[in-house]
Design a protein around this ligand. Structure first.
Ligand code: TXA
Ligand code: MG
Length: 329
């Protein structure tokens, strides 16, 4: 599992040579390329099968490099960086003209993040060196698939398309970073994540808008179908689960269930995953559960809907997208 200093050096060399390296972050694994090299960045889109106008997040070793990538940076960006970096928060800022269009999708903004994983930080420091370079990295999965939270997930989904996979064990957070847009008149959360919105609001001095609205920049994560398993996924309200299970057994269908409750019965046709009853625990296990259950050849994955309250917003967001996009090979 552990990657050595020699692995980090080799990974940084590969990045410098324009190759792709998958690396762990605290959220999900990223598929990295030298953010200042358009040809290297183009390989990310080819490997993922992702539309080329979708912008990528640039990963940096520290907030002292923000202005290499962004201009007109509002002071509050530094306060947020101080509070949340390294960590699962991405800031959208006005871009420097030198940032390749391949990274920004041709938009006037750039997404920046200092990830909270020791291996990611070592890699970013080793790679950046005197050149102050960043690593452009989307989640290391094929477009529309469930994001990887282990090195094994990356190898299964991307295989030979990636020169090297740094293995840092399972990701601590388990779902993608919160995206906060600071480039407009009012701060806006473009993608909810596990950072507490109340804590962000306190630093901003106002509540950010939630969701970007029609004028918002393109966000791949804002497509309805995303983060999806191949098995059809059904999100059912608390009391709908018993009926869904009964129907499956009556129809002799094999199903998988994710629920915060104990399985009420043992049955050959039911693969039951008990999920943690707190949002952080549920998020931590979510993609690993979907990857596992997707392999069982079930007719459906039924997820018992968690509460609609604020701490669960990001989990509900991913579950709704997974349901919308599921069932396609
Ligand atoms: O946790 C994460 O954010 C992970 C790890 C690897 O850092 N990365 C990740 O990347 O989730 P990706 O590409 O799967 O999702 C990044 C999202 C996309 O929805 C993209 O559209 C949005 O960030 N994004 C990037 N730059 C943007 C920009 N300039 N304006 C608006 N959205 C942007
Ligand atoms: Mg992604």
């Amino acid at each position: 599992m552990d990657s050595s200093a020699a692995d980090i050096r080799r990974a940084a060399d590969l990045l410098r040579a324009g190759e792709l390296v998958a690396f762990p972050t605290e959220t999900v694994y990223g598929l990295g390329a030298d953010a200042s090299d358009p040809a290297a960045v183009a390989k990310i889109f080819a490997a993922k099968g992702r539309p080329a106008d979708h912008p990528l997040i640039v990963h940096l070793p520290g907030d002292d490099q923000i202005e290499r990538w962004a201009r007109d940076v509002p002071p509050v960006a530094y306060e947020l960086a101080e509070a949340f970096w390294p960590g699962p928060l991405t800031l959208i800022l006005k871009r420097q003209p030198s940032v390749p269009d391949a990274v920004t999708g041709g938009q006037d903004t750039v997404g920046l993040r200092v990830p909270g994983h020791p291996l990611a930080l070592e890699l970013l420091r080793e790679f950046s060196g005197a050149r102050w370079s960043g690593v452009a990295a989307p989640s290391a999965n094929r477009f529309g698939h469930v994001s990887p939270t282990t090195a094994q997930h990356v190898r299964e989904d991307l295989g030979a398309a990636v020169a090297m996979v740094l293995d840092g064990g399972p990701c601590r957070v388990g779902i993608e970073s919160t995206i906060l847009d600071l480039s407009g008149a009012r701060p806006a959360i473009l993608r909810p994540g596990m950072v507490d919105v109340g804590a962000i609001a306190q630093i901003l001095g106002e509540m950010p808008a939630i969701g970007g609205g029609a004028a918002a920049p393109r966000v791949a994560g804002s497509l309805d179908a995303h983060y999806a398993p191949r098995t059809p996924l059904l999100l059912v309200p608390g009391d709908g689960l018993a009926i869904a299970v009964r129907n499956a057994i009556a129809g002799r269908e094999k199903i998988a269930v994710i629920s915060c409750f104990e399985a009420p019965l043992q049955h050959d046709l039911i693969a039951w995953r008990r999920a943690p009853a707190d949002a952080a625990g549920f998020a931590h296990d979510l993609y690993a559960n979907l990857h596992d259950l997707d392999r069982l050849g079930c007719a459906r994955i039924i997820v018992q809907s968690p509460p609609q309250s604020e701490p669960w917003r990001a989990v509900m967001d991913r579950l709704k997208r997974a349901a919308a996009g599921s069932g396609h090979a």
